[in-house]
Design a protein around this ligand. Sequence first.
Ligand SMILES: NC(=O)c1ccc[n+]([C@@H]2O[C@H](COP(=O)([O-])OP(=O)(O)OC[C@H]3O[C@@H](n4cnc5c(N)ncnc54)[C@H](O)[C@@H]3O)[C@@H](O)[C@H]2O)c1
Length: 244
Amino acid sequence: MGKKIGIIGLGTIGSYLKERIESSDKFELAFILDVDKTKATVSSLDKTNLSKIDLVVECASAEAVKEYAAKVLEKTDLMILSSSALAEKNLEEKITVARKKFGTKLFIPSGAIIGLDGIVAVKEQLESVELVTRKNPKGFGRNDKKETVLFEGNARKAAMLYPKNVNVAATLALNGIGFEKTRAKIISDPKCTANTHTVTAKGKFGAFHIKVAALPSKNPKTSGIAALSAWRKINEILLGRSLD
Ligand SMILES: NC(=O)c1ccc[n+]([C@@H]2O[C@H](COP(=O)([O-])OP(=O)(O)OC[C@H]3O[C@@H](n4cnc5c(N)ncnc54)[C@H](O)[C@@H]3O)[C@@H](O)[C@H]2O)c1
């Protein structure tokens, strides 16, 4: 019997994960929950469908994190892709209370960014983290004809204003120096063909730069590497895989 996984959100990322899970003998797809009833195998989450599940993966929306995260963590571990949801202080607190009370774990994959291991490694010496995200206007549902700065400020405001586009800011904040101190600049650029994230991290350790130019997936807001990182993380969590 493979490790049992439940998926919340069968969109671009969820469909990729479903395919990988179903073609592996190490995993078993336990349920799919989606607002689109034609995709779902369950209509809600309760003690019955959450029992004996090894991991629930949220790849739906910030709303889904609000709705289901604490409920899942009462029963089992959870991995979330919509990390921007945690910019809401009350929700982050509720989730922390639930996982501490029930001894469950919350995982956040690197998603559209790379180098999170570096951020975590230098965390205690980290003094500043700056992110510049540049996407084609389509990714923001806009029609800008020239480069337009949409936002400049802290990661909390960035994640609340652009929850579908700056999960990267939230992921960096949660793994590094927090939502207030992490800075984010969001640019809509018609010349952009890849979703580009540039991170500058500085501190007592020195400095490093991370630059990712990831091709968008079917969903122009979502970089293809997000699904790959989610699949990799599932393998690490459930099989303890390090090197293949
Ligand atoms: N962490 C990262 O770096 C990163 C990168 C890319 C995408 N994401 C996030 O991952 C999530 C999934 O991305 P995607 O491209 O697969 O999205 P998508 O739009 O292709 O699919 C989302 C699916 O979730 C379902 N859904 C939405 N809200 C729901 C809810 N409240 N309850 C149940 N189902 C719900 C939709 O019906 C859809 O089937 C998004 O929130 C996106 O912002 C994060």
